[in-house]
Design a protein around this ligand. Sequence first.
Ligand code: SF4
Ligand code: SF4
Length: 497
Amino acid sequence: MNVRSQVSMVFHLDKCIGCHTCSLACKNLWTDRPGTEYMWWNNVETKPGTGYPTLYEDQEQYHGGWVVEDGKLRLKLGSRPTELVNISFNPRLPTLDDYYEPWTYHYKELIEAGPGDDQPVAKPISMITGEEMEIEAGPNWDDDLSGSPIYAENDPNLRKVMNEEERRQFFELQQLVYFYLPRICNHCLNPSCVAACPSGAIYKRGEDGIVLVSQEKCQGWRMCVSGCPYKKVYFNWNTGKAEKCILCYPRLETGQAPACMHSCVGKIRYLGVLLYDADRIEETASKPDAELVDAQREIILDPFDPKIIRKALADGVDQKVVDAAQRSPVYKYVKAWRLALPLHPEWRTLPMLFYVPPLLPVTATLTAQGRHELDPNFFSSLESARMPVRYMASLFTAGDERMVITVYKKLLAGRIFKRAQTVGDIPMERASQALEEAQLTEREVEEIYHLTALAAFEEMFVIPPMLREVAIQMGVDPHEFQEERGAGFVQLPARGL
Ligand code: SF4
Ligand code: SF4
């Protein structure tokens, strides 16, 4: 066993309101430079939908992630010799059209327009060519299904789980149902972007698992863009180098939450530390599809187990990291309560961001059909929900519907219990029965309710002191140092990007 730590995030999807504040906070901070105009390190997609870049989930087209062949894990992109053949022509890259052509407007024409008979307009101009352009696509073109059924109908997950007739019925306008999926780099345990890079420019930081691109080493081959199935590495056309989400490490090192989390309106994001066994990464990523989620949960270690603590300390993990792992909201959602699931585990990168799947689009449509949540057959009717469980399973469990239903049972049992307790229109015996069916205790429900609905920011954002260089130089604890400075800006030695 080799114990390491990873900073990790949970997104509670029922709380996301699709406001895109997170995307804009990230854009203003990191990708407001020449060459990055089309990049959204954080983006929020409407699901069902084709995403950004469009159809990134179609690995038959993009060949991202890993596959198991003859019991061995290999990049879907091909072997190293194949990669070298393709080094100057990489056919698996998204084009600018797959992202979108970024634009701005001739604002001056609007602001400085003289008096006249016509309403002045600001014409769109391309941020690539500087020419006037017709806008035909954007990074979030199918937002709120505004482009449906033309766009969302092509969602690769829907195509996988529904036939043509089912998809046609799904897109009857009066019955539309959707939810939001915020996405950043997953800072994977088995990152295919790192494995695909011929220059060794992408690396995973030892102390916290953040995946970064060395701008000195990057040669601009873009194999990382192809290798990442989530398409979360981007090519800067101005510098000729790859760039990606850095999980706001300069903010983390000064005790501040990543910009996307700090600005999140719905308070859907939780950040914390997980301890994991680095010796079991390959074995875990090689499991059959049906075992992947459980195997990934297994590789995450119990930070309360004295044996794990001793081994972690022996492996160089700081006591403060162990303390933070014990208070980690991510550990609770992922491992203790088993409510949060990885996105597309079948791509085998072992993504370290997790999602509590949304209950609302499933139950709302069932209750509209007259099926009450308290109906004993409620869960057996999930298949007739407008948002079928098999769609969620295609996103979060490599197709295992039972695992999604288990999560839904827990979420629903919690809701029934709190309603019985606070509104009183459900008998407490029925609520207790729901808890028993979901294998939850009253204490667990109260804890889940607290972290989901009431928690203070300090409970949602739990990271150990990370400003090691400054702490060592100053001879003080980083948190005390930050308090002395009033959480102001601290100049850090240049690292990573
Ligand atoms: S999600 Fe991030 S860490 Fe994972 S493969 Fe893609 S770029 Fe690499
Ligand atoms: S800021 Fe939060 S609530 Fe708004 S879209 Fe982003 S993740 Fe969702």
